[in-house]
Ligand binder design. Structure first.
Ligand code: 3PG
Length: 212
């Protein structure tokens, strides 16, 4: 079950990181992603609207909806209760990972060092978010980690854009890239869902062109 969700999540190789401040933007944003052909959204637990946004997207769209920026186990419970189907964390938390295992919800924990990669492997997790990707070394960091960890699949996030996503996706250890560029908070705030759809469509086209 966990593997099937992860496969669906990574299939398009692009994971939009969504910040919902105004709950009314959740549905049109989700519909823009669906129109673009990207049926996935990571809704960050950074705003009070996060759980309700997950609830709306999970019940009113066909998106695979997950929770991001999960840093405490109680947020795992809130996310699952709202209908989230996966969890993403910015760093490696044993308590969050344990709670996800208890609730049988797939988790992609954040890592930024080899030590954290080993901690994740110790918990049976081998799909990891490199965060904040650009700040911790980006492509060079991933090439370095590929030496000792050739079987780990990374989802670099943090500073990934339309300009550098293809370089990341060309690496054999990169499963997908995450980021907010195609669902930029300014576009959401402006209600510019047409631009969100266009930028997302472009990102998917770029991802489809990359061979690794
Ligand atoms: C995240 O939580 O994954 C990041 O904030 C996304 O980073 P970005 O805004 O640089 O894409």
């Amino acid at each position: 079950m966990t593997g099937v969700v992860l496969e669906r999540l990574l299939a398009h190789r692009v994971l939009p990181v969504v910040v919902i401040r105004d709950l009314a933007t959740a549905l049109p944003l989700g519909q823009a992603l669906e129109r673009a052909g990207l049926p996935v959204a990571e809704v960050t637990f950074r705003t009070p609207a996060a759980a309700d946004a997950i609830r709306i997207l999970a019940s009113e769209t066909n998106l695979l909806v997950g929770a991001g920026t999960v840093i405490r186990p109680d947020q795992v419970d809130a996310a699952v209760e709202a209908g989230a189907q996966f969890v993403v964390t910015p760093g490696f938390s044993v308590s969050v990972v344990h709670r996800c295992a208890e609730l049988e919800i797939p988790v992609i924990p954040g890592v930024a060092t080899a030590t954290e990669v080993i901690a994740a492997l110790d918990h049976g997790l081998a799909v990891l978010k490199l965060f904040p990707a650009e700040a911790v070394g980006g492509i060079a960091m991933l090439k370095g980690l590929a030496g000792p960890f050739p079987d780990v699949q990374f989802v670099p996030t943090g500073g990934v854009t339309a300009a550098n996503m293809a370089t990341y996706l060309a690496l054999p250890t990169v499963a997908a890239v995450g980021g907010s560029w195609m669902v930029a908070p300014e576009l959401v705030a402006a209600g510019d869902f047409a631009s969100i759809e266009r930028v997302t469509t472009e990102a998917l086209a770029l991802a489809a062109e990359v061979t690794r």
